[in-house]
Design a protein around this ligand. Structure first.
Ligand code: HEC
Length: 295
């Protein structure tokens, strides 16, 4: 009998602790440079406000451990452990089932995690590499720090292919901030202008651009700003000089010496055409806007 009561008590405290995690662990101020910023639409937090998670908060959440062999940031057979991105979404999102995560990095790169990506690939926010906390982590291949946070996967099997673009692992390093958002809002910023059937080149170009280009190129407040060239600048190049646009995507270094943009040597002509048609939808609407503004 006593044991049953104790068990009941334990169960009650355990579930109370679980529901207590979200508000308890979200701090209003930063305590250390390694704290993870969280923002977007957080349960119980005013929209747009930033909160902070400390290492000890994250290490107290359910941990998962994997040996990874296919992550471009890590040597084969590296052991990673940390918190599933989906766990964070479930703990903190206002509406976990529709939530979308954005990882923002110190170099202004952003990775996007729609619901289907979270379900299919189970990305992990890494807290330990080979059992070690970040002070003992190796450097990134670009020479900077892999920390404060990076994202990896148990393994990555591409889940879709659009023309020559295959589903790519979203493995940012140097993550300083996670935003919990709504897909319609983030991807809505770059939905093609106009109505296009799903199998049209424009719709295909959109699917490619939102997984690839959007990590470094921004549309107003959405998307990465690493490139320093906005979506509308890309649209202008696509519209005015299609050859240059295609050439830059396939081999940026041939157009801009020392280019930091990665080459897309495997994109065939149909893929480049789809991207151009997609970006063109923005140039066309920009042009008609300007026309309308004329007296
Ligand atoms: C990893 C980051 C990254 C990704 C992903 C990326 N770009 Fe870029 N892009 C850059 C950077 C950085 C520049 C600035 C020039 C340079 O250093 O390469 C740039 C420049 C460009 C330019 C030239 C702009 C100018 O002013 O001349 C175009 C066009 C472009 N990108 C298109 C794309 C398209 C289309 C995609 C998706 C298929 C894409 N980029 C994906 C980083 C990226």
């Amino acid at each position: 009998m006593l044991r049953a009561i104790l068990l009941l008590l334990f169960a009650a405290t355990a579930s109370a602790a679980q529901t207590a995690i979200p508000t308890a662990a979200l701090h209003e101020g930063r305590a250390s440079v390694g704290d993870l910023e969280v923002g977007g639409e957080l349960r119980g937090v005013p929209g747009g406000a930033t909160r902070y998670l400390r290492d000890e908060d994250l290490l107290h959440m359910p941990q998962e451990t994997y040996s990874v062999t296919d992550d471009s940031n890590l040597k084969p057979k590296t052991e990673v452990s940390g918190v599933a991105l989906d766990t964070l979404v479930h703990l903190f999102a206002q509406s976990p089932d529709s939530a979308f995560a954005v990882a923002i990095c110190y170099d202004k790169y952003r990775a996007n995690y729609p619901r289907d990506y979270l379900d299919t690939h189970h990305p992990l926010l890494v807290l330990r590499i080979n059992g070690q906390l970040r002070d003992h982590w190796p450097q990134s291949e670009y020479g900077g720090s892999l920390g404060p946070y990076l994202i990896s996967h148990p393994f990555f099997k591409p889940a879709f292919k659009v023309l020559s673009h295959e589903d790519e692992p979203q493995v940012p390093f140097g993550i300083t901030r996670i935003e919990i958002r709504r897909e319609a809002q983030v991807f809505g910023a770059i939905r093609p202008r106009g109505n296009w059937p799903p199998d049209s080149p424009v719709a295909q170009g959109y699917l490619i651009a939102r997984q690839d280009c959007f990590r470094c190129h921004n549309m107003h407040g959405e998307g990465g700003t690493m490139a320093g060239r906005s979506w509308l600048e890309l649209a202008r190049i696509a519209h005015e000089d299609g050859e240059r646009f295609r050439h830059i995507i396939r081999n940026p270094a041939a157009v801009t010496p020392g280019a930091k943009m990665p080459a897309h040597a495997d994109y065939d002509d149909a893929t480049l055409d789809a991207l151009r048609s997609y970006f063109n939808t923005f140039a066309a609407s920009g042009a008609s806007l300007r026309r309308r503004q004329k007296p």
